[in-house]
Design a protein. Structure first.
Lengths: 308, 391
């Protein structure tokens, strides 16, 4: 057994004289703490703040690979590239994809999650199959679906023709939008399903049993118990999907290329064309910044509505 | 050398092996997708990295690359190289490899738009290659009436404009006023030609409203498509015995010409050119290979490798070559009479907006009048923004 000797007053005084003042120690400790965080901040600066800052700077210059001098031009790029019918039209198309994509993916993802959570027969195998699309490269997926929907040689056209019909999915604005939503949903509904299943696992069965005893049917349990309890998971999932759909590019580029007309021409697509086909980095950056600004209220709205 | 997977690149690769065995100099080829070709050339030059000494360049986008200062001027090298014999090229073709009067490239493949037709179907129906666009429409009707496909068109939202503008030039119209660069899509001839272009879609394959050039070539190779307008460089693809059902059943003729507008009707000139990177540290060595590979002496080897040769006068008039590549005669004529699309850096933007409007018109999203007005407005906007046209 160890004994702890009482500290004499003199010892305290000696210690105070020998060591640094308490405020200095606290300051050193804060500095020490800060040093641990420095690598994270450096990482954040390098991968987040610097590129974003560069994009903002590019958006106010006439930087171009072919003709620009990189001079400061104020808001000229925004006037020429953002406040235009072309940008507004592509923004509307982007929002259509977001709304349709979120609805389809959430509804299907939820139903699949319920089936998986209840461990319906055969669904364990189905889960593995369902996850495959998520692992594929979007460009490859786009090309495969493009071939399937090809009006000349595609299997879907052949199936439609068996019933005496003919349809060109890429020549009708609504169908082309539907094709893009379908492909994106095929790829990412499993992600929504996985997130929701994870959330459902955290809900005790007792809650549902109690509701069942009180006479709540499936819809009432879903509406008043499951969905409110899944709200944080749903919010995060939808925000992630929302951001992904806003950035949707590969699928469109490999299928409709923005057509017919400009029916599937999103902001990402015209921003890419402006930057990498017309080499106007200033205007391309202005479009990207504008899209980010447009999306900020959407994120805040989601968070506020769901009180996460 | 930076190349795209194409018959021209295959020709160069085949010759590079011979070059290496003769000189010991190895030419390394880097293949990139078409969409990245110009960007790679520009970025390499901008970063002052001698990543590529040589580059295969779509002649239509050469001005864009030149304004980025990514290609070296070649006039001195050409003038000093008597063996290359630049006088063997038609003046129109030399002009095609220039920008602002300076040669930044040399012709690699010469691929004018030609009229392609199925000889078996034409013989059966007693048709002859169209001399005018009205003839082409009449042939399309006759082919469709016989149960075949009357016309293989391109109407997608990214590339349809090439074919429309080609038809416009061959009908006496122009995209821009040659003197002022004023867009001329509001001229009566532009609307007349667009109406005809959209009319031909009625005689196309199922789903023609979204057809890309690859779809069109595929249809022409696999189905009974009677006629289409296509660059001559597709010859080896359409006649590939391994993948085409049309092999041996295809012939070419000059583009139909009509006098609907104030300008001389001409066929349109397209093709690849080859240039030397401005960042290259081996410009003389790069030129030596280019000059050797594209010389008149190597035209035969180029053809044997399945590549469309540079349209030298000595090549397009060579009976042996004409037998191997029957389209060379028409290509030769097009190189003297043909005209490229306007040689301006904004061409890729203009092609995009016109293609989008063609797609919108052919799918019924816009009327002819609205589509043409929107296209004119968009092209005008691009040219005013770039300072190319000041109104």
């Amino acid at each position: 057994m160890t004994s702890i000797a009482p500290i004499e007053a003199g010892d305290r005084a000696d210690s105070a004289i020998a060591g640094p003042p308490a405020s200095t120690v606290r300051r050193w400790r804060r500095l020490e703490d800060a040093l641990f965080v420095v690598p994270t901040w450096i990482f954040m600066l390098v991968v987040g703040v610097v590129p974003a800052g560069l994009a903002v700077w590019l958006s106010v210059t006439d930087q171009s690979l072919t003709s620009g001098t990189g001079d400061f031009v104020g808001l000229q790029n925004f006037m020429l590239a953002v406040f235009t019918p072309r940008f507004m039209g592509s923004l509307l198309v982007t929002l259509v994809f977001v709304v349709l994509g979120l609805i389809v993916q959430f509804v299907l993802g939820y139903l699949l999650a319920v089936a998986l959570h209840r461990q319906l027969r055969g669904f364990q195998i189905a889960r593995t199959v369902l996850l495959i699309p998520m692992l594929l490269t979007p460009v490859v997926v786009g090309l495969v679906w493009n071939f399937m929907f090809n009006p000349d040689l595609g299997i879907i056209g052949s199936i439609v023709s068996l019933f005496g019909g003919s349809v060109n999915f890429f020549a009708n604005a609504n169908l082309a939008i539907g094709v893009i939503v379908l492909i994106d949903s095929w790829m990412f509904t499993p992600f929504v399903m996985l997130m929701l299943v994870a959330g459902m696992t955290g809900i005790s069965d007792d809650v549902r049993h109690a509701a069942s005893l009180d006479g709540a049917n499936w819809w009432e349990q879903t509406r008043y118990i499951i969905l409110p309890m899944l709200k944080p998971v749903i919010t995060v999932t939808l925000i992630v999907r929302c951001v992904d759909i806003v950035r949707l590019f590969d699928t469109i580029y490999t299928t409709t290329k923005g057509g017919p007309g400009t029916a599937t021409s999103t902001v990402s697509l015209i921003s890419y064309a402006t930057t990498f086909q017309y080499y106007d980095f200033g205007q391309g950056a202005a479009m990207a910044i504008a899209l980010t600004v447009v999306m900020f209220p959407v994120y805040f709205f989601y968070i506020r509505m769901t009180q996460v | 050398m930076l190349v795209m997977d194409s018959p021209s690149a295959n020709g160069l690769k085949a010759l590079a092996k011979t070059y290496q065995s003769e000189t010991g100099i190895e030419i390394k080829f880097v293949e990139v997708p078409y969409e990245q070709l110009a960007t790679k050339v520009i970025l390499a030059a901008k970063s002052k990295q001698a990543t590529y000494d040589l580059a295969q360049v779509d002649a239509g986008y050469m001005p864009q690359i030149v304004t980025a200062k990514a290609l070296a001027p070649l006039d001195d090298l050409i003038a000093a190289d008597k063996d290359y014999n630049y006088d063997d090229f038609p003046e129109g073709l030399k002009a095609y490899a220039k920008y602002d009067g300076v040669s930044y490239s040399v012709p690699l493949s010469t691929e004018p738009y030609l009229q392609w037709y199925r000889t078996d179907l034409y013989t059966t129906l007693g048709l002859t290659p169209a001399k005018t666009w009205d003839d082409a429409l009449a042939n399309a009707k006759a082919l469709q009436a016989a149960g075949d496909i009357g016309y293989g068109g391109v109407y997608d939202a990214s590339g349809a404009a090439y074919f429309y503008l080609s038809m416009l030039q061959s009908s006496g119209g122009r995209l821009l006023d040659p003197e002022t660069n004023q867009p001329l899509l509001d001229a009566p001839v532009a609307k007349t030609v667009m109406a005809r272009y959209l009319e031909l879609a009625k005689y196309g394959t199922p789903g023609v409203e979204s057809a890309t050039v690859f779809d069109a070539v595929n249809s022409f190779s696999q189905l009974n498509v009677g006629q289409m307008i296509l660059a001559s460089g597709w010859w080896s693809t359409v006649n590939d015995t391994a993948s085409s059902k049309s092999t041996g059943l295809v012939a070419t003729a000059n583009t139909p010409l009509s006098t609907d507008g104030p300008y001389e009707p001409v066929s349109s000139l397209f093709g690849w050119v080859a240039g030397i990177s401005s960042a290259s540290t081996h410009q003389q060595a790069a030129w030596d290979f280019l000059s050797w590979a594209l010389s008149a002496e190597n035209a035969g080897a180029f053809i044997d490798a399945g590549a469309p040769p540079p349209a030298r006068i000595s090549t397009t008039s060579n009976p042996e070559f004409l037998e191997k590549l029957p389209y060379l005669a028409a290509a030769g004529e097009a190189t003297t009479d043909g005209l490229p699309l306007p040689r301006i850096p904004e061409l890729s933007q203009i092609i995009a907006v016109i293609s989008q409007n063609i797609s919108a018109m052919v799918t019924g999203q816009k009327s002819l009048d609205d589509g043409m007005a929107a296209a004119q407005d968009a092209v005008l906007n691009i040219l005013v923004q770039s300072g190319r046209y000041n109104g």
